[in-house]
Design a protein around this ligand. Structure first.
Ligand code: ASN
Ligand code: ZN
Length: 324
């Protein structure tokens, strides 16, 4: 699949509007359909059977289950970011219905994208509460779908850490977009509100200061590195994908806060363009260095050679030791 065959919806709309009514229909005339969100939430009933029982469809009013409503609203907020900030119609770019399953497993301490849907555990109640409580986590899981349909970054080593990092980027952006929050006012935390009060910690990860999200007797200290000097060589976790993602996460947060304004408009747009391959296809096995190069190519294409965006992004990659 060609990445360039996946243009932002905004462009399709402009083309459609530009076309005079006299223009005869052709193979190039893309039918413009209204981008409407289509969400369905299922309940796994504390089993590991997917998808579970359908409990809320798009037209339904809120139900008497906070996890269901949070998942539903989080799908909506993620859809809104993709459409309003990037002109993307859902996860696949062509209106894919969004599916989520809540109450997965028993005391299940995670959330994941299974290739077709988002799945949320309730947490064990001791360290973690329910995983739908964090909008950045919902955005994170759906972003795995976006990556799957676009760059297809291989979930291992550096490309895996980039896959993880892009999910954190979109997760943070969904939250900031929902709150109408500017980059310099954002927490840059992923998974705020997931820990119980028993845990000494703010969130799962900090994008602006990786390694500082928690420091707890049971969990230990947040192990994320903040730069290449701390790069973790391990075979666990697909080569430390949830650890080394701290490095590109910080590069993004540094660039976004230096640029100011709404993060999705400048740094976020560049990262999005990079992953969807707008200017040039991204290698699914990209290293950090290759990805950094690609973000600079995307910044150049969108904002220009002399742009503040290009220089902020270059500086950020240097600060984290990816470029020298
Ligand atoms: N929550 C984790 C993630 O989305 C689950 C996993 O895939 N390891 O990265
Ligand atoms: Zn992830």
């Amino acid at each position: 699949r060609s990445l360039l065959a996946d243009p932002p919806l905004r462009l399709e709309r402009e083309h459609a509007a530009d076309r005079s009514p006299a223009t005869p229909p052709s193979a190039l005339a893309v039918p413009v359909t209204a981008a409407v969100v289509d969400r369905t939430v299922f309940d796994a009933g504390n089993t590991e059977t997917l998808p579970g029982r359908e409990v809320r469809r798009e037209a339904d009013a809120p139900v008497d289950d906070v996890a269901v409503n949070e998942a539903f609203d989080g799908l909506g907020a993620t859809h809104a970011l993709l459409l309003e900030a990037f002109g993307r119609d859902s996860v696949d770019g062509t209106g894919l219905p969004l599916l989520a399953t809540v109450h997965y497993g028993r005391d299940y301490d995670n959330a994941f994208w299974d290739g077709e849907r988002m799945v949320f555990g309730d947490g064990d109640g001791e360290v973690f509460g329910r995983f739908t409580a964090s909008l950045s986590v919902i955005g994170h899981e759906l972003a795995h779908g976006v990556t799957q349909f676009t760059a297809g970054l291989i979930y291992e080593g550096q490309s895996g850490a980039l896959n993880e990092s892009f999910s954190d980027v979109l997760g943070a952006l969904v939250e900031q977009h929902q709150l109408g929050q500017r980059a310099d006012a954002a927490s840059w935390l992923i998974g705020e509100g997931l820990f119980t009060d028993a845990v000494e910690g703010r969130a799962l990860r900090s994008m602006i200061a990786p390694g500082t999200a928690y420091d707890d007797d049971v969990l230990g200290r947040d192990p994320q590195p903040a730069d290449m000097a701390g790069y973790v060589d391990t075979r666990d976790d697909n080569g430390g994908v949830h650890l080394n993602s701290g490095i590109p996460n910080r590069a993004f947060a540094l660039a976004a806060t230096e640029l100011g304004g709404f993060a999705w408009e400048r740094a976020g747009q560049v990262w999005y363009d990079t992953v969807v391959g707008l200017a040039a296809p991204l290698d699914p096995r990209s290293t950090f260095e290759q990805f950094a190069e690609a973000t600079m190519g995307a910044a150049r294409a969108r904002f220009g050679e002399e742009s503040a965006e290009l220089s902020a992004i270059d500086r950020a990659w240097r600060t984290v030791g990816v470029r020298s």
